[in-house]
Design a protein around this ligand. Sequence first.
Ligand SMILES: [Zn+2]
Length: 60
Amino acid sequence: MTNQAPSLTCPLCSCPQFQQEEARSDSRWGFTSHRMTLLVCQNCRYVLHFYDKNSIFDFD
Ligand SMILES: [Zn+2]
């Protein structure tokens, strides 16, 4: 195990730079306790969706 961040690249343009955005789930969706993390490719604006960033990445 290392503390290195996993190498994530955009599936469309292979850009490694992402803008991280957080979105809280709307209550009408039925899972209000979840936060959704969006990673937006800074090159082509492709958006990756993650429902639990802590299980995938170690940002912040
Ligand atoms: Zn991209």
